[in-house]
Design a protein around this ligand. Structure first.
Ligand code: AGP
Length: 613
């Protein structure tokens, strides 16, 4: 989604801002812009499209020698919400006097009424955005103190914001503030860089401060003064970023998505390392923060998330019921607070989110907290809002996921959910021996995934047979049903093929009407309970002329004979098999998108983290 970068220090700001924006490109955006201060005036450059267009523009119009001494600026990548992705709607936006420039992530919900009031006072707006209203509002309140003007304006705002603001009349500071949209401050040597995401900061420093909601900070080259919106100083800890710039590079792969797929044996090892107790037949997840006795008192597990994270939750649902004999259910985060869910203090609510910033999941966390549930986060991004607001939970340790299509975060989510279910199971009916066996099954996941990745070339060849179709159906049963949903999501988001995932039994209740000669059906027919029925459904599809790609267990000749093409998954526990099966589908989607010439890492209309409802 939108990205913010700001710099103040000793180096030339424009190239630093452009490089910072490049680091945020993965989040998805459709225009970009930046603002600096030169000789007492704000100068702005904006361009629709890629950061490269902005870079070309600044290179042509802003000769290096002229801007070598400009060491302060703010920049933005915009993902359109209010008004199309045009140059005029791109950020930064100026106030009426042209003294103040603002970049903003989030949504100002009451911008219409604020705009009318400002128009009545003579303000003239150039764009259709909610953000321009905030820049004018700050300008309207400005009486020579930018910090105070921002504070005053923010008191009038309903909605969410992460902002960075500069004023030509106060050229030695940047004001940043947040409510519901992250701001990270990187502390360098004689320079400070701010961003909406730590990846834009890494090239400068690994020492960062995360702002909390309703924090506002005055940033200078060598100082950070954080206050609340009532001007009371607040203390925020300095954290060390755990990854370096290398982790955010492509490392020789054509796309971040392919790199992240290939990283999975390692990311899974990191997610599992030190968390299995083979002696007790359990898992060591201190983030769950409860004694076996407390865990035994939990009556229900509610898993919430969106998109891919919702799908891992669906696999978790099977695991909690199967291993822990505990009622588990998945709820879509976007619906959670609106349906007034029945939640009690004996419910464990697990919020699953790679980014830890998804607006719907965050809102659901707040609702669950409000209702007194025991809430836990399952996040990848350390220090993210959901991780902090849940207060307890488990980090995935998958490393930074840059590609918009989630891959390694999904498989690590599943691995962690299996370990959580194991721990919960051991506080109930799961025996020590069963626990020891399942712990061994989890331990094997990285090696199983490596065996699937070895088939990359074979999967690429299969993709050649399917990439020209415009529709595809993914079917599965039991824990493979959510994997079918995830496989379909992966394919549609990066290849733009219309793909649907169904429970294998659901096909004949409607969707089978769409099958014609050659329609691809991807059947998850692993050798797990229900396989025979899935093979029956495969026959029904074949009878309608569909072309079947079977994901089957290695050496299962019966299943192989039912398919047109196969990808083999090593034999393993049915719940564990969800992980290597998902990896096979990730590679299938990747190669199809590559053959169709799609922009894989930044698919159209999508953003890496969806911070608006
Ligand atoms: C996955 O490939 C997606 N692009 C998307 O569905 C994503 O999983 C969803 O937006 C939730 O994000 P989160 O895990 O960061 O909360």
């Amino acid at each position: 989604m939108c990205g913010i970068v700001g710099y103040i220090g000793k180096a030339a700001a424009p190239p630093i801002l452009i490089n910072g924006l490049r680091r945020l490109e993965y989040r998805g955006y459709d225009s970009a812009g930046l603002a600096i201060i030169e000789e007492g005036k704000i100068i702005v450059a904006k361009a629709p499209g890629k950061v490269q267009s902005l870079s070309n523009k600044t290179r042509d119009e802003w000769p290096q020698e002229r801007f070598a001494n400009i060491s302060l600026g703010i920049a933005h990548t915009r993902w359109a919400t209010h008004g199309p992705p045009t140059e005029v709607n791109a950020h930064p936006h100026l106030d009426q006097a042209g003294n103040i420039a603002l970049v903003h992530n989030g949504i100002i919900e009451n911008y219409r009424s604020l705009r009318s009031k400002l128009e009545a006072k003579g303000h003239h707006f150039l764009s259709e955005t909610d953000t321009e209203v905030l820049s004018h509002l700050i300008g309207d309140r400005y009486k020579g103190d930018l910090f105070q003007a921002v504070c005053d304006a923010l008191h009038l705002i309903e909605g969410t914001f992460g902002i960075a603001v500069i004023a030509a009349s106060e050229p030695n500071k940047i004001i940043v503030a947040r409510r519901g949209s992250p701001i990270v401050i990187g502390i360098g040597e004689g320079e400070t860089i701010i961003a909406s995401d730590a990846s834009a900061i890494l090239a400068h420093t690994q020492r960062v401060i995360y702002l909390d909601d309703n924090d506002i900070a005055i940033i200078t080259a060598d100082g950070i003064d954080i206050r609340d919106l009532h001007n009371i100083p607040v203390n925020r800890e300095i954290s060390e970023l755990e990854f370096d710039t290398g982790a955010a590079e492509k490392a020789g792969f054509a796309h971040f998505m392919l790199k992240e797929i290939h990283e999975q044996p390692d990311s899974l090892r990191n997610a599992i390392r030190g968390r299995l107790d083979f002696n007790l037949g359990s898992s060591v997840l201190s983030g769950m923060g409860s004694s076996p006795r407390d865990l035994a008192e939990i009556n229900r597990v509610v898993l919430i998330g969106c998109g891919t994270s919702l799908h891992s939750g669906l696999i978790g649902e099977y695991a909690f019921e199967d291993l822990a004999d505990i009622h588990a259910e998945v709820q879509q985060a976007a619906e959670f607070r609106y349906r007034n869910p029945i939640i009690s203090r004996s419910d464990l609510v697990i919020a699953i989110s790679q980014s830890g910033e998804t607006a719907d999941t965050l809102a659901a966390v707040r609702e669950a907290n409000q209702k007194g549930a025991f809430v836990m986060g399952l996040c990848n991004v350390v220090g993210s809002t959901i991780a902090r607001e849940t207060g307890r939970g488990i980090y995935l340790h998958a490393g930074p996921e840059i590609s918009v299509a989630s891959t390694k975060a999904f498989t690590c989510q599943v691995a962690v959910l299996l370990m959580m279910a194991l721990k919960m199971g051991r506080s109930r009916r799961y025996s020590r021996q069963e626990g020891m066996d399942f712990a061994r099954a989890i331990e094997a996941i990285p090696a199983l995934v490596a065996q699937v990745i070895e088939q990359d070339h074979h999967i690429a060849q299969i993709a050649e047979l399917y990439y020209q179709n415009e529709h595809a159906f993914f079917i599965g049963r039991g824990p493979m049903y959510p994997v079918a949903l995830e496989g379909a999501l992966k394919l549609k988001e990066i290849s733009y093929i219309h793909a649907e995932g169904y429970h294998a039994a659901e096909l004949k209740h409607g969707p089978i009407a769409l099958l014609q000669k050659g329609t691809p059906v991807i059947a998850l027919a692993n050798d797990i309970p229900g396989k025979d029925k899935t093979l029956g459904n495969v026959e029904e599809c074949r009878a309608r002329g569909a072309r079947i790609l079977g994901i089957i267990t290695s050496g299962d000749h019966e299943a192989a004979a039912a398919m047109d093409d196969v990808i083999e998954i090593p034999a393993c526990h049915p719940l564990v098999a969800t992980v290597p099966t998902a990896v096979a589908l990730q590679l299938f989607a990747y190669h199809i998108a590559r053959l169709r010439g799609c922009e894989i890492d930044q698919p159209r209309n999508l953003a890496k983290s969806v911070t608006v409802e």
